[in-house]
Ligand binder design. Structure first.
Ligand code: GLN
Length: 557
């Protein structure tokens, strides 16, 4: 029977419920259990796909093409749970489904109400992983206890608790213990209120995880235990981490959180095996050398807008045993001050995905700088498209070359709307209509990408509407750009990977080989139409990120 763990949050948002859920998932997996992880978001958008990064941070894409909350990225980085369209539900998605059923006459003339129809729909969503022989289904409830929008979700999980009983369902509440510098004390009152709000709804948390700046004193622990009605051993401290988010599972293990869960849910399993995880953490901790990588984007003030990119870069560092110092460079600043001023001294330059005209010219300038100065370059999705535009303008001499996304009347639309997207744009149906999810790609045998992957058959995730314009293939190839990867599942023959010829065919790259001078020659210059960052894990760094960081260290590829 599948057991359930529900994770709620109190006091404030952004406490790291996603990391906490992912860490618990990792601990259970490390004991040989099979876990599923889901996220329930109380907002009304059907998914975050149409939201601005300012609102929501990164949109994470699953293998099956769901545009989801970035917490799913944590789940995939920490665990082997298979995430799909059934792993992320919003109020909008739940209501859409209920309304569609009502229109289809499925409610047999009844008045459709929040309770029981919406709550039943949520319970059905919670039960989806149950059929797949999952030992433990972890569900994170987004938002903060006390929000109006969260109520139907909390009511639904309360009912699941009642129906299945406390040996099958566990409630974990994540809270904040603020430290008041002036009086030098930690305060438990906000957590007391948050738990009492939960109890009002009918949920008694079994575990309280306390985000805190300072270690919890015994006094604070007993106060929390007494006032929140939680056993003292189930008051867990989650102190701010020192060097890596990947420490969180170990913080929990040290306080025996996994044992507590196993005991309450009467799970039969082996002891945990965290050897690989600890080894990875030691690599992070002991890295002596470092590389400086510029991420040239436009949402740099936001911690979460390029979450998976930042994580994947760190993983690339783990693969090469170096620390990656990420420098967030605003592409609009490059437009104002020039690339040289902001990018000089960088060991690598990455241009991530994105939408909209703002900052595009700065990204193109950054790429020109990387190409001409032979700085390792990695372009992802929009980054690859900008690299195409840069090459068209500055190497092929196609004046005004652009993407038709940004200049619909350009004479040289080297990046153009995919044929399949034209109807979508005509209908103005924006939600969930991009080319989404995993597609196979065939790499050229001798390409830099194939060398990094160690294979020519790859599968990567996508989220885009525009593509390399095949009409320009020959012109690019004639000037030495390698169209190194093509989609192998459709007749469209979409270009998925571009690269510049590197020193890899040259035995001694330090001896100023011929490629150094040529416009299309470079030590490591790759653009990919897909999003490799979604498949990178700390214990399995993505080959392209590992290769990029290796090139940034100056090692021969
Ligand atoms: N805006 C571009 C497109 O839709 C790139 C998208 C992206 O970077 N995810 O094709």
């Amino acid at each position: 029977m599948t057991k359930h763990i529900f994770i709620t949050g109190g006091v404030v948002s952004s406490l790291g419920k996603g990391l906490t859920s992912a860490s618990i998932g990792l601990l259970l997996e490390s004991r040989g259990l099979k876990v599923a992880i889901q996220k329930f978001d109380p907002y009304i958008n059907v998914d975050p796909g149409t939201m601005s990064p300012f609102q929501h941070g990164e949109v994470y894409v699953t293998e099956d093409g769901a545009e989801t909350d970035l917490d799913l990225g944590h789940y995939e980085r920490f665990t082997n749970a298979v995430l799909t369209k059934d792993s992320n539900f919003t109020t909008g998605k739940i209501y859409s489904s209920v309304i569609a059923k009502e229109r289809a006459g499925k409610y047999l003339g009844k008045t459709v109400q929040v309770i029981p129809h919406i709550t039943n729909e949520i319970k059905e969503a919670v039960r989806r992983p149950v059929s797949k022989h999952i030992d433990v289904a972890i569900a994170e409830i987004g938002g903060t206890v006390g929000d109006i929008e969260s109520l139907p979700f909390l009511e639904a999980i309360r009912q699941v608790g009642l129906e299945l009983g406390c040996s099958n369902v566990m409630f974990i509440h994540l809270t904040l213990i603020p430290y008041l510098r002036a009086s030098q004390e930690m305060k438990t009152k906000p957590s007391q209120h948050s738990v009492s709000k939960l109890r009002e709804i009918g949920i008694q948390p079994d575990v309280l995880i306390c985000r805190t700046e300072k270690p919890l004193t015994n006094d604070i622990r007993s106060k929390l235990s007494l006032f929140c009605n939680i056993r003292p051993e189930a008051v867990i401290e989650e102190k701010d981490i020192d060097y890596s988010i990947y420490e969180v599972p170990l913080i929990f293990v040290n306080q025996k959180l996994d044992e507590l869960i196993i005991k309450q849910l009467e799970l039969k399993c082996k002891g945990h095996d965290l050897k690989e995880w600890r080894r990875m953490l030691n690599t992070v901790k002991n890295a002596k050398k470092s590389v400086n990588i510029a991420v040239v984007g436009k949402y740099l003030e936001l911690q979460d807008a390029y979450k998976s990119i930042y994580e994947a870069l760190t993983h690339g560092g783990i693969a090469n045993k170096v620390k990656v110092n990420i420098h967030r460079v605003n592409s609009e600043d490059i437009e104002k001050s020039g690339a040289e001023r902001l990018l000089k001294g960088m060991n690598g330059i990455l241009v991530p995905g994105g939408f909209g005209q703002r900052g595009i010219e700065g990204k193109i300038k950054a790429i020109k700088y990387a190409r001409e100065n032979k700085v390792p370059f990695f372009g992802i999705c929009l980054g690859m498209q900008c690299a195409t535009i840069e090459f068209a303008r500055n190497v092929l001499g196609l004046k005004g070359a652009h993407s038709s996304e940004f200049d619909p009347t350009t004479k040289h639309p080297v990046i153009d709307l995919m044929e399949s997207q034209r109807k979508v744009m005509a209908k103005e149906a924006m939600g969930g209509t991009m080319r989404l999810g995993v597609y196979p790609c065939k790499l050229q045998t001798d390409s830099l990408a194939a060398k990094a992957y160690g294979t020519t058959a790859i599968k990567e995730r996508h989220r885009h509407r525009y593509e390399f314009n095949n009409k320009y293939r020959k012109q690019f190839e004639d000037k030495g750009m390698v169209l190194a990867g093509n989609c192998s599942s459709t007749d469209e023959s979409l270009v998925e990977v571009i690269e510049l010829k590197g020193p890899r065919n040259n035995r001694d790259s330090h001896a100023m080989p011929a490629w150094r001078g040529a416009a299309a020659s470079h030590p490591w210059f790759i653009g990919v139409q897909f999003h490799p960052e979604f498949k990178s894990k700390p214990i399995r760094p993505h080959p392209l990120f590992a290769g990029f960081i290796k090139a940034a260290t100056g090692k021969r590829i």
